[in-house]
Ligand binder design. Structure first.
Ligand SMILES: Cc1cc2nc3c(=O)[nH]c(=O)nc-3n(C[C@H](O)[C@H](O)[C@H](O)COP(=O)(O)OP(=O)(O)OC[C@H]3O[C@@H](n4cnc5c(N)ncnc54)[C@H](O)[C@@H]3O)c2cc1C
Length: 410
């Protein structure tokens, strides 16, 4: 896809560049170059400015506070913001905007959309994702959290697990079992549940980096209004599959740009350490370069699907599989380059839960080792690599379906 010759897109690109120039100081190298506290403040200010411009949710209709941008303009916006190292939202926006908002526009009742979308953009409603449970990860349809209808509200009992950012959220989209008598996929609904209530307890879990980015969330007679259901009651499975498509495809445009900037940082590190002549390192860097180019093309292919009006479907699994496996390997290389320094990292660690460190981040051993550890999780969340391969095999390649686990009788 080449947008360079399109007059409208050239004009729009100039508009975005002027917007970025108004946000960043002279000598800007990317948000990662700022000290941690300033990084956070800058990201908050950028979020506000993007919301005012309608570019926080660029493809949403203007009526709900979005930008109403065409997919081609969306590509230009992402190229300019991410290329300049400007954050395009907060961590929880992945859940509220990319996953939930986009799904609601396809699956939810008009009144619900009109109430929730503007409040997500204003920052009043901050969402987390409540899908996984102790007994339901890859086999999501086994989920046991129960929501019982009681007059004009739902009463929820059960537990969610690995809920990223739930400690920063005040709402959660929850997959709940609403008809225990139905077949596993058929008795599930997606409910919107406020977290600030006595029946909800959020307990952070410390992860391998030492941070507490994800949580256990307990529901003990927690309640939500009867109408806060996305899609049909007991029709939550197809809503969840739509949302997972957005989750796997949401980074398709900006991740390859970040991976390019990360690889450039790694090459700078290799130069600093005098390792450019090492044949093994040269071979591995060449492989990484090819992967990043492949991811860029795959991202544009996803954008082409958007231009044709398609939500990310099974092809998003290809992108998710490629980037997450790539990221383990490139960060393995970074740790090999660091050698023993990786055992006693110094400098500032990456503040990000997912993906790369921010563009402009100092090339420190702490940055690389924290990203290395986070990259281990990339092949697990949003569906493990084994599950992505099953989706690709069954839904794209037409291979025979995986045998299903027999259901207990009765
Ligand atoms: C950093 C991080 C953030 C997360 N954030 C969230 C969040 O915000 N909200 C949320 O709901 N969840 C979240 N998750 C949970 C994530 O979706 C699950 O961890 C994931 O779906 C895998 O489920 P599981 O951990 O139960 O592993 P399991 O499903 O038990 O899998 C264990 C192993 O068995 C393999 N396996 C399982 N079934 C099959 C099969 N049929 N064929 C082949 N291999 C199979 C898996 O690939 C894996 O290697 C997060 C996870 C991580 C690591």
């Amino acid at each position: 896809m080449d947008l360079s010759d399109d007059v409208d897109m050239r004009r729009f690109r100039a508009e975005v560049r002027a917007f970025v120039a108004g946000l960043v100081p002279d000598g800007w190298r990317g948000v990662g170059a700022l000290p941690p506290a300033e990084r956070e403040e800058f990201a908050k200010g950028t979020r506000r400015a993007l919301a005012e411009a309608g570019w926080l949710a660029p493809s949403w209709p203007v009526a709900y506070g979005g930008g109403g941008l065409s997919p081609a303009a969306l590509v230009v916006l992402v190229e300019e913001l991410t290329g300049a190292g400007v954050p395009s939202g907060s961590d929880n926006d992945s859940f509220g905007i990319s996953m939930l908002g986009n799904t609601m526009l396809r699956c939810a009742d008009e009144n619900l959309v009109a109430r929730f979308l503007p409040r997500i953009l204003s920052g009043e409603y901050v969402f987390a994702q409540g899908f996984s449970e102790p007994g339901a990860g890859s086999d999501l349809a086994s989920l046991a959290l129960r929501a019982r209808r009681d007059d004009d509200r739902w009463v929820l009992n059960g537990q969610k697990l690995w809920s990223s950012g739930a400690h920063k959220a005040n709402w959660m989209f929850v997959l709940a079992r609403t008809n225990p008598g139905a077949a596993p996929h058929k008795g599930i609904s997606m409910l919107l549940v406020p977290l600030d209530q006595p029946g909800v307890e959020v307990r952070p879990i410390r992860n391998i980096t030492g941070d507490t980015d994800f949580n256990e969330v307990f529901f003990d007679d927690a309640v939500t209004d009867g109408e806060l259901v996305v899609g049909e009651v007991n029709g939550g499975w197809s809503v969840a599959m739509t949302l997972l498509g957005f989750e796997r495809g949401e980074t398709a445009l900006h991740a390859p740009i970040r991976f390019r900037s990360e690889l450039d940082r790694l090459i700078a590190l290799i130069r600093e350490r005098g390792l450019t002549g090492d044949p093994d390192i040269r071979r591995r860097i060449a492989w990484c370069h090819v992967q990043v180019e492949q991811l860029r093309c795959q991202g544009l292919r996803t954008a082409t699907g958007l231009i044709a009006g398609r939500a990310p479907g099974p092809e998003a699994a290809v992108f998710k599989l490629l980037w997450s496996e790539y990221h383990r390997i490139v960060t393995d290389l970074a740790v090999d380059v660091l050698g023993v320094d990786a055992l006693a990292p110094t400098g500032t660690a990456s503040p990000n839960w997912f993906h790369t460190d921010d563009p402009g981040a100092p090339n420190s051993s702490a940055s690389w080792t924290s990203v290395y550890l986070n990259a281990r999780a990339g092949t697990i969340y949003a569906g493990t690599s084994q599950i992505q391969r099953t989706i690709v095999g069954e839904l794209l390649l037409g291979l025979p379906k995986e045998p299903k686990r027999p259901q207990p009788a009765g």
